[in-house]
Write a protein that binds this ligand. Structure first.
Ligand SMILES: [Zn+2]
Length: 331
């Protein structure tokens, strides 16, 4: 879940950007442009980052991620890697930053941790408290938490699918560190930049995501911030991921023609002013659009057996899935 750092991160400006993870300056040649943003590559630590970076407010995330905030979602691979990680402590006090509806917190509680969480989405936080009986879910950024509860420290601080949203990962990690006990742990996941993609991942654009990590860039940041890295796991591409990628590579042009305005992808909706975005998100589909959506689902279903047949080959060639997981310990 998104956005848990300071709400007023400054951008770095348009000229001669500096890497937000290692502070080295990078050549002012964007490897990709989208809207007003440029994507830059740091040769020193291998991070790809967008510039400028100004994180949206909590309302924006509520609007864009609405619908995920009132039901119990299945555990994500990052959650499962942590809960099954033999190097994780297995007990103690745990803080999950951006806990969403609390699916991971409930599982961590069952596994033996004493859990607390932060979540800015009010509906998600309410769900966690009322439906899952999680008593401590606070509507604070990690920065606000550290300020409000100075000196409160945890054995483990987790932040799954959070770091890619940050404008300043160093500032974010420093706040996290202030919440970790000496020799305490952090666990996290991010989208793996080296995952198999056959087209643009519409979620992976600013202002939703600003940072594109791979194992090397994340290792470099955590080491520089004083962590000993215990586990690194790159999810392999599974059959569902493979079907999505095969589906994306078989473009028919059907949906683009028929969907018209409402087809605005999440990537485009993110660039809109709030009112315009709300209209696009809530526009009801016409019968023609629903028919196209149905055909799209059929096309995807047709890709599943192809993906299943290709699966042994994909595994053999080391095709990667979405999740990159790290467990690290404060030195
Ligand atoms: Zn760098």
């Amino acid at each position: 879940m998104p956005g848990l750092n300071s709400r007023s991160d400054a951008s770095l400006g348009a000229s001669s950007p500096a890497c937000p993870a290692c502070a080295k300056s990078v050549p002012d040649t964007a490897i990709e442009r989208y809207g007003n943003y440029g994507l830059f590559r740091c040769a020193a630590c291998d991070l790809h980052f967008w510039d400028p970076r100004v994180m949206p407010d909590a309302h924006w995330y509520e609007q864009m991620y609405g619908g995920r905030d009132d039901k119990l979602l299945p555990l994500e691979p990052g959650h499962k890697y942590f809960l099954g990680d033999s190097l994780a402590p297995g007990r103690g006090e745990l803080l999950d930053i951006g806990c969403g509806t609390g699916n991971f917190l409930a599982a961590a509680r069952s596994a033996g941790y004493a859990v607390s969480g932060t979540e800015l989405d009010r509906n998600a936080a309410q769900f966690a408290k009322e439906k899952l009986g999680l008593p401590r879910v606070l509507g604070l950024t990690v920065s606000e938490f550290a300020d409000k509860y100075p000196g409160e420290q945890f054995d483990v601080v987790t932040f799954f699918e959070v770091l890619e949203h940050q404008a300043s990962p160093i500032e974010f990690l420093q706040k996290v560190k202030s919440c970790v006990r000496p020799r305490g742990y952090i666990a996290l996941s991010v989208p793996n930049r080296e995952r198999w993609l056959t087209g643009p991942d519409v979620l992976d654009y600013p202002p939703n995501h600003f940072l594109r990590w791979n194992a090397r860039s994340l290792r470099s940041l955590l080491s520089a911030q004083g962590f000993e890295i215990l586990s690194v796991k790159e999810q392999p591409a599974g059959i569902v991921h493979a079907a999505q990628m095969i589906n994306m590579s078989l473009r028919t042009g059907l949906s683009g023609r028929a969907m018209g305005m409402v087809a605005a992808s999440f990537r485009d909706v993110m660039q809109m002013a709030p009112k315009e975005a709300a209209a696009a998100l809530h526009a009801a589909a016409t019968p023609r659009q629903r028919a196209v959506q149905f055909l799209g689902r059929m096309k995807y279903m047709a890709c599943l057996p192809i993906a299943a047949a290709a699966y042994p080959y994909l595994r053999m060639r080391g095709y990667k899935g979405t999740y990159l997981y790290f467990l690290a310990r404060l030195l």
